[in-house]
Design a protein around this ligand. Structure first.
Ligand code: ADP
Length: 391
């Protein structure tokens, strides 16, 4: 266990220090359960003004792409985990080699970093996937198109998020244009799935192998960005929900994932297909702060510390979460007066971020029984906070 005085983190020395790489809202939302658990967080952030750096006292400012920075940061941490998946795999391997507990470990995390490796490994595991292939040239795309006609989806294997790095291409020329992006390290092509809706199955897994599955949720995405989450997915076919949870638990076990993992899926009439993995708390799990017995942020901390996991069950029949994406209003606080007076049951979560158009700056949650009612109430607050409406 770390000596608290040497880590620079005050507090009882028998409670562990969890290092979190990345200062975004996911790290910020880990601080709340950390307070309750008495666990101390140490943050590696790009700047003191980062979302999480505003609420965590032990902050190292530095570049996560620099190995020496990571190594120094890890000294004094009992375990190191992540707010994002962009730390170079080779750095993580070196850290783990130097005896740092990195959770999830690099050999698991690489499957959340590289879509081609992920699809290859999941194919081996027999997970249900869209038809796909790695591609390096237009000829490869055309060969794929013989069995799976245009339109197709091209994806950057690494570095994409919120739909950046995903292109729908209708023909050879569009494919050639996308493949000419020379900053992209590699591409895969896949079928354009005609799905009924998008789902997310989240699981927490600890190093001892304990795993728990959250209720499967529906996610509503626009332009590759998550806008709304309904938990549990309303009216979902029970077999599809169970299959999604089984697939997520299987992937977590086989890839030796530690911490939270989100499996993003497409729900189709023939069953669920895995789209993407995230090995960290995920936007599709924010609902659980207000709507689950144990939030994803608490279970992430429990998991990386190899503590028994908390109950992932929903604590309300239905929870709806809507993201607040930056709109016309720069100053969000004055809107609280109206929103809170209109609906005292809404829960507001702000990330301390400067408002920029389209940027995720917070979310609003409510629990109840009626989807339309919850949506009307939350969407009203979101529209007011954005400045889209003024009454
Ligand atoms: P990112 O890693 O950037 O979030 P994803 O692979 O999750 O990218 O894709 C972003 C969004 O693009 C998905 O949520 C979905 O709406 C859409 N999408 C991705 N792949 C496909 C596909 N094969 N068919 C149809 N839509 C897709």
């Amino acid at each position: 266990m770390t000596d608290a005085s040497s880590s620079g983190t005050p507090g009882p020395a028998d409670f562990p220090v969890v290092g979190v790489v990345g200062g975004g809202q996911l790290a910020r939302m880990m601080q709340q359960p950390a307070i309750a658990l008495g666990v101390r967080l140490r943050l590696l952030a790009d700047s003191r003004s980062d979302s999480a750096a505003q609420v965590i006292s032990d902050v190292v400012v530095g570049d996560y792409r620099d190995f020496e920075t990571l190594r120094t940061f890890a000294q004094g941490c009992d375990v190191v985990t992540f707010d994002h998946e962009h730390v170079p795999t080779e750095h993580l391997r070196e850290l783990a080699g130097a005896g740092v507990l990195v959770r999830p470990g690099p050999s698991a995390l690489v499957f959340a970093q590289d879509k081609s490796l992920m699809r290859e490994r999941l194919s081996e595991l027999g997970a249900p996937l869209p038809r796909w292939s790695p591609v390096t040239s237009v000829a490869d795309v055309l060969a794929f198109a013989e069995a799976t006609p245009f339109p197709l989806v091209l994806k950057a294997t690494r570095g994409g998020y919120d739909g950046k790095g995903v292109w729908v291409v209708r023909n050879e020329h569009e494919a050639a244009e996308v493949l000419s992006h020379d900053q992209v390290p590699g591409f895969i092509v896949e079928e354009l799935v005609d799905y009924a809706r998008e789902l997310s199955a989240m699981v927490a897994r600890s190093p001892s192998g304990q795993a728990v599955a959250y209720p499967v949720v529906e996610t509503v995405q626009r332009d590759g960005i998550c806008h709304e989450v309904y938990a549990p997915a309303p009216g979902i076919d029970e077999d599809h929900a169970v299959r999604a949870q089984q697939v997520a638990l299987q992937i977590a076990g086989e890839l030796d994932v530690v911490g939270m993992m989100a499996v993003e899926l497409f729900d189709t009439p023939d069953g669920v297909l895995v789209n993407e993995l995230a090995m960290r708390p995920h936007n599709s799990g924010h609902w659980g702060i207000d709507g689950a017995v144990t939030s994803q942020f608490e279970n992430h901390l429990r998991a990386v510390l190899d503590l028994p996991l908390g109950d992932p069950s929903a604590s309300a029949p239905l929870t709806v979460m809507v993201n607040l994406l930056g709109g016309d209003l720069d100053d969000l606080y004055p809107a609280y007066l109206h929103c809170m007076a209109r609906d005292p049951a809404l829960k507001f979560h702000m990330y301390g971020k400067v408002v920029k158009p389209g940027r995720k700056v917070g979310h609003v949650t409510a629990t109840g029984t009626d989807l339309d009612d919850l949506l009307e109430r939350i969407r009203h607050a979101i529209a007011y906070l954005r400045g889209d409406i003024d009454e």
